[in-house]
Design a protein around this ligand. Structure first.
Ligand SMILES: NC(=O)c1ccc[n+]([C@@H]2O[C@H](COP(=O)([O-])OP(=O)(O)OC[C@H]3O[C@@H](n4cnc5c(N)ncnc54)[C@H](OP(=O)(O)O)[C@@H]3O)[C@@H](O)[C@H]2O)c1
Length: 301
């Protein structure tokens, strides 16, 4: 299997690169602004750019599109930029997939839902409440309607090993390691989601691609929690957790620019019915596994 992973320098894409290569697939991955030693340049906004990796000559069987502008508040105030980075970028990747005759995998989000009654399954009706969610939904629909062999994978609250350590779990760990002064972390107790390890997304995607699955799939672990619970769980593994005081607050007091779906998150019943022996990691599994390799800052069992 030959796969081109767009956004291979990012959180989800980097795990796809690693896992697919371990499994023996021929994989190329791309970066845009953050070059890595195992990715080539490819800009989805400039399909004709001469510096782009030559995807057509590579002749991928599958193109995995992980590129996105994921800063939800920034998208809210920069609607056109969000449209370009999410929708137009996806339109270009659809065109590229058609030229290559490749199947396409698009990564989407629970932000396509309004958060009234999550966690959601694939049959629930999307109704996004912010610009990022609207553009992700438009892009999903484009992919499903224009590429016959397409797969849309919805995920949320992704964490895991990451070069730039910018996901929520990695940031709390880093703050705890760097900070020697007490500080307060205000987090919403009313935003619920289903955190998932990027490594598991790559593993599940491998199964779905191998079996030529199509349509929409939700992926999640067994965790369903709010941000306060997630932060406290992470801190429970760290020694200097006393420096961080988690203050639970109502979302309305945070004045976040973009509205957030509150009861969000995803149900993976469809995936589990098709892959009953597939086991997802929990946040606890992940924290326990990385504690093994490091630090004086980590509590020992
Ligand atoms: N992380 C989450 O919690 C989460 C939740 C739900 C859905 N998702 C979706 O999952 C997908 C992957 O997210 P992620 O967390 O892995 O994001 P990420 O770590 O921010 O990675 C985004 C990737 O997109 C690349 N990129 C940005 N603009 C590009 C462009 N114009 N052309 C080509 N590549 C470009 C980036 O390259 P450079 O960094 O090299 O510029 C990076 O490799 C996205 O579609 C996102 O919407 C993520």
């Amino acid at each position: 299997m030959k796969v081109f992973v767009i956004g291979g320098s990012g959180l989800v894409g980097s795990h796809c690169l690693t896992y697919f290569r371990e499994k023996g697939w021929k994989v190329e991955g791309s970066h845009c602004n953050y070059a890595t030693d195992r990715t080539s340049y490819y800009n989805t906004l400039e399909p004709q750019n001469k510096n782009n990796f030559d995807v057509i000559s590579f002749r991928p069987d599958v193109i995995v599109h992980c590129a996105a502008l994921t800063n939800v508040d920034y998208c809210e105030t920069h609607e056109e930029e969000s449209y370009q980075h999410t929708f137009k970028s996806t339109e270009h990747v659809c065109e590229l997939s058609m030229i290559c005759g490749a199947r396409m995998v698009y990564i989407s989000t629970d932000y396509v839902f309004n958060g009234d009654h999550g966690p959601y399954n694939e049959n629930d009706i999307p109704n996004p409440i912010n610009i990022y969610g609207k553009h992700k939904l438009l892009s999903e629909q484009l992919v499903i309607n224009s590429i016959i062999d397409s797969l849309v994978i919805r995920v949320t609250n992704v964490y895991g090993d990451e070069a730039r350590a910018k996901n929520f779990v990695a940031r709390i760990i880093k703050q705890c390691q760097d900070n020697k002064q007490p500080f307060c972390l205000k987090l919403p107790y009313d935003q619920f989601a289903t955190p998932i390890n990027a490594y598991d997304i790559a593993r599940a995607m491998f199964c779905l691609i191998s079996d030529k699955k199509k349509g929409i799939y939700h992926l999640s672990s067994t965790d369903y929690m709010n941000r306060v619970e997630l932060a406290k769980k992470i801190l429970s593994y760290l020694n200097n957790d006393q420096f961080i005081n988690v203050e639970p607050v109502d979302s309305s007091t945070l004045k976040q620019i973009a509205k957030r779906p509150l009861l969000a998150g995803l149900l993976k019943v469809k995936f589990t019915n098709e892959y009953p022996t597939f086991v997802f990691n929990s946040v606890d599994n992940y924290l326990a596994s990385i504690r093994k390799y490091s630090f004086s800052e980590w509590k020992h069992p």
